[in-house]
Design a protein around this ligand. Structure first.
Ligand SMILES: Cc1cc2nc3c(=O)[nH]c(=O)nc-3n(C[C@H](O)[C@H](O)[C@H](O)COP(=O)(O)OP(=O)(O)OC[C@H]3O[C@@H](n4cnc5c(N)ncnc54)[C@H](O)[C@@H]3O)c2cc1C
Length: 469
């Protein structure tokens, strides 16, 4: 039996069944009952389909889970390549965020409001936004299940659900975030608090942490340190700076790590490796780290005045618990074609996949043409020809004014776009980060406009250039 008031879904179609718009109208107030009647009349005259059965399955040629960086970029690019394709995106959030901007916000260099847009405003033409959360996969039946019971059918599925931030994995963290000098640029509402903490810092111990799991933008934890350190230096504020990382080095690509060691040294920052943040006591301003000594876990309590935390991260639970995941929980795709290894009609893009690239928007940019070409080939039953080489980029803001632009591909191969030594922090790349990349993101990447890839493998002498952050 239907509940009253009912949940109603309206689909607007044009000739050939191309679905233009799907809108959920939930829990109509009784006062709007006449409006439902109006819609029924319109339905008879211009072909709107009204559906009161939540279990009925909507069908699309391409269904994309997630309207973040990868989801919108791939939808826009597919739309340009094939204007007739039926495309639907499943997304629970009304807001889309330009996450790379949050590092700059935390450094007092960017307006937080410029990092948000309405998700619906970014959709390419003639695509359907399904407001909902994917919770299950039924690959044998080509169906995705949503939290509210709806099922969405596809010919091709693209999973672009991003990475999950596991804030509760650190004891006491959630309770104190945004208070007691505990912050994180990994949450939009907290990036401005990072800047407040830095701006109001009167001296003392500032700790910046990085977890042992894969994270999005592996450089972001240290970017927060550099921008804070630069501000303290300019203001003449005395700070004891610590970078506590669960990794064994400051950066995963040794070529860049050597240069970044020099940046840390230039700020007099102490690097402490193989330490995992496990607990935070906000009121007592104490962080607890664990590390192994001869196989034994030891705990270390450290006092702080400012603590910037990057939480442990992993595959979204609904992927991890599905048959589409690899052992580590990621969507199991071929690292080159980005096609699922067991289901030929499923592809992955962005942070949620098992591809061993650095999880960045820059990687998404390089993955979009590969997924688009391979999806279109799959639909034509042609062999997949496009290959992703693992390209990713990390603009490390070594100060408010300079960036070390780390560009690399699978295996840590150094692949800069310009023939300049990429280990040197440059003003040119600061303008790129602050001005050009946001423009590129909103107006080119999310609009499906191709920008030629100019990165390539280049060789540089072993000796470091002079490094001034
Ligand atoms: C502080 C910070 C700094 C960064 N700096 C940089 C940088 O300088 N350069 C760079 O290249 N990258 C940077 N990144 C990383 C970059 O933002 C991400 O790698 C990129 O956005 C990944 O795109 P995505 O589509 O995989 O995930 P996202 O853009 O995160 O999108 C995932 C989408 O999936 C949706 N979703 C999740 N679960 C479900 C579900 N069950 N059903 C339906 N939808 C779902 C989410 O709501 C979200 O909209 C940074 C990130 C952060 C947090």
């Amino acid at each position: 039996m239907l509940a009253w008031p009912p949940n109603i879904r309206i689909q607007t179609r044009i000739f050939g069944g191309l679905l233009l718009q799907e809108t959920d109208i939930c829990r109509y107030p009784e006062s709007s009952i006449p409006m439902v009647a109006v819609i029924v009349v319109i339905d008879k005259h211009i072909g709107m389909q009204m559906n009161t059965d939540r279990e009925q399955t909507a069908r699309y040629t391409v269904v994309i889970i997630g309207a973040g960086t990868g989801g919108i970029a791939v939808a826009a690019s597919l739309r340009r390549a094939n204007p007739g394709l039926e495309i639907a995106l499943i997304e629970p959030s009304d807001s889309h965020y330009y996450q790379p901007g949050w590092t700059l916000v935390g450094g007092g260099q960017y307006n937080i409001n410029a990092t948000r847009r309405d998700t619906a405003s970014l959709l390419p033409p003639s695509t359907v936004l399904i407001n909902g959360q994917a919770t299950s996969f039924m690959p044998e039946n080509k169906l995705v299940g949503l939290q509210d019971g709806r099922r969405i059918a596809y010919e091709v599925l693209i999973v672009a659900a991003g990475i999950q931030l596991n804030w509760n994995a650190i004891e006491g963290l959630s309770e104190t975030l945004g208070h007691n000098g505990v912050t994180s640029n990994y949450r939009r509402d907290l990036a401005p608090y990072t800047w407040r903490c830095v701006n109001e810092f009167k001296g003392g111990t500032a700790i910046f942490t990085q977890p042992g799991t894969p994270i999005k933008c592996a450089g972001a934890p240290q970017k927060a340190l550099y921008l804070s350190a630069d501000y303290f230096r300019r203001q003449g504020i005395k700070a004891e700076l610590y970078f506590y990382s669960a990794a064994g080095a400051v950066f995963g690509v040794p070529f860049y790590a050597k240069a970044l060691d020099e940046v840390m040294a230039a700020y007099g920052a102490n690097t402490v490796f193989n330490r995992e943040l496990v607990a935070v006591d906000g009121p007592n301003k104490t962080a607890t780290f664990e590390h192994k000594v001869d196989g034994e876990t030891q705990r270390e309590h450290v006092r702080f005045d400012l603590l910037h935390v990057v939480p442990p991260q992993g595959a979204p639970d609904f992927i991890r618990s599905s048959t589409l995941a690899n052992e580590a929980g990621w969507l199991e795709v071929d690292a080159a074609t980005l096609q699922h290894v067991r289901h030929a009609n499923i592809f992955g893009i962005g942070d949620c996949t098992s591809a061993p690239n650095s999880k960045t928007a820059a990687a998404v940019k390089a993955q979009v043409p590969v997924v688009v070409k391979n999806v279109l080939s799959h639909l034509k039953a042609a062999p997949l020809q496009a290959r992703y080489d693992g390209y990713a980029a990390c603009p490390l803001t070594t100060s408010a004014g300079k960036v070390l632009l780390a560009e690399f591909s699978y295996g840590g191969v150094v692949t800069p776009s310009l023939p300049l030594d990429p280990r040197q922090p440059r003003r040119l790349y600061w303008s790129l980060k602050k001005t050009w990349l946001p423009y590129f993101y909103w107006h080119l990447l999310l609009k499906g406009r191709a920008v030629p890839a100019i990165q390539k493998k280049r060789d540089f002498p072993d000796q470091l250039p002079s490094i001034e952050p």
